[in-house]
Structures are given as C-alpha cells and as structure tokens.
Design a protein around this ligand. Structure first.
Ligand SMILES: [Zn+2]
Length: 254
C-alpha cells in the first residue's frame, strides 16, 4: 500500500508533472497516451457536443495514472471538464458555484441514502429551468472515490442528486463489458471505468444518447484493445517486458 498523504498539497506535488512531463518515453501530445498506443485516430472529431455539462472530479493520484480514461473522455466530449482535487467545494468551478441542477454518480454505500437508478432519473423535473443538467463523476480508486464523495456531499447536497448505474448494486454481476473493457476489476463488483460510466449516463440524459454511448464505448474498446496488444507482444523484448512489469502491470483501466 502506498502511504496516504493527508496534506492538501496537490498543487506542489502534481502541477509540475502535468505542465512539463518528463520525456522518459514518447507521449502523444494530443491524447496523452504513449505513442505506441496513441488513440488519436479513434477520437471523435470534432468532439461530441452534449447538452449535459460533465464535470469529473479526479483524485490527484489518478491524475498520475497512465491508464486513466478521464483524459480520453474529455477529448471526446466538448462539454467535459476535469477538476483535480480531493473534494468539491465552492470556488473550484464557476458552473457548480451557480448551483445548477445536477446529478452525481456514485454507487450505493451502506450508510448512504439510496440513490436513484439512472434509468429512473426523471429528466422532466429539470427541464423547468433553462439551464442544462450537470453530470458529476468521480475518478479514483474505490477507496479514494468514497472519500471524495463523502467530503464533497455537504457542498453537493445544495443542488445535486445522487444517482447510480442500475448494475451498481449487483456485487457479482458486473457489466456486459467486463471481459473486453475492464482489465482488472476493483474490489467491488460493478465498478466501471469513468469513461464507461459517463457513457452509460449520457445514454439516458441526451436525446441522441444511444449514439453518443456507442461512440464513447467504441473509443474505450480501442483503448483496451491497443493496451492488451501492447501488454502481450508476440516477441517481447526483455527491456520492454521489464519496463512494463514495473510501470504498468499493476495498472488497470479506470
Ligand atoms: Zn494521440
């Protein structure tokens, strides 16, 4: 286990990495994936426009994660924004500071009030206002995401409702994409990558949601396919294997 950092010093620890990444290996400047698994030709161009505004709260540790799907997701969607922080609070987002009609996506936990299943979300209740719905998702390990939700709920409770994907509650069920889209599951069943979770939500929230979901899942499939091919080369060179073992074998798609 890595040590837990209780100080809120993410700016000092991480901003330099994102502004000037060390050129240890060739990284595509557009999709931020290693050149060998560059996803650019699969990304929608132009990015997909949605009525929904998507905000992803990304844990600082996740911002360092090579297989995070969040950078790809924000490339695919015109209206998706990432906030790197451990919690949501006033002052981080002009949009959230205006208390928009919002939902935040998180599975049920033992002591939480039961969330609304995404398929039961009554979108008509938000159409009374002119502003569009905001979807908030959390990107982190299960443990980090729980912490982020817990410490953000006081702020979120002013304007946002908690929702879950329908399959969150089945501990063993997982999703129909398990075999293809998740390299390794988190301790709890039903955990999906941030990108897949947002795609599932947009299916319900957008008028042409089914097509948007298909396009996002298509990009995710390519990401997993490229990564799987990269992790299991036909004739692995010793140096490459050693590097992969160190840096990415423990990774998983999130
Ligand atoms: Zn690229």
């Amino acid at each position: 286990m890595e040590p837990t950092n209780h100080h809120h010093n993410s700016a000092a620890g991480y901003s330099s990495a994102s502004s000037s990444p060390p050129p240890r290996r060739s990284i595509c400047p557009n999709c931020t994936r290693p050149q060998l698994v560059c996803l650019c030709k699969f990304l929608p161009s132009p990015p997909i426009a949605t009525k929904t505004q998507i905000i992803i709260l990304q844990h600082p540790h996740e911002a360092q994660h090579k297989l995070s799907t969040t950078p790809i997701l924000t490339k695919c969607l015109l209206n998706a924004t990432t906030i790197v922080n451990r919690r949501l609070k006033p002052g981080l987002s002009d949009l959230l500071d205006r208390s928009p009609t919002a939902v935040y996506l998180f599975p049920p936990t033992p002591h939480s009030s039961p969330p609304i299943n995404i398929s039961e979300l009554d979108l008509t209740s938000s159409s009374s206002s002119d502003s569009n719905l905001v979807l908030i998702a959390f990107d982190g390990t299960w443990k980090h995401a729980k912490e982020m939700v817990r410490s953000s709920e006081e702020f979120l409770s002013r304007f946002a409702r908690r929702i879950c994907l329908d399959f969150d509650e089945s501990v063993d069920g997982g999703t129909i994409f398990d075999s293809e889209l998740i390299l390794r599951k988190e301790p709890h069943g039903g955990c999906v990558s941030t990108m897949e979770a947002v795609a599932r939500c947009l299916r319900v929230m957008e008028a042409d949601g089914a097509e948007i979901e298909l396009r996002l899942i298509g990009v995710l499939r390519e990401m997993v396919r490229l990564q799987a091919g990269f992790l299991k080369p036909m004739n692995p060179r010793p140096k490459l294997v050693k590097m992969k073992n160190k840096s990415e074998r423990e990774d998983e798609i999130r």
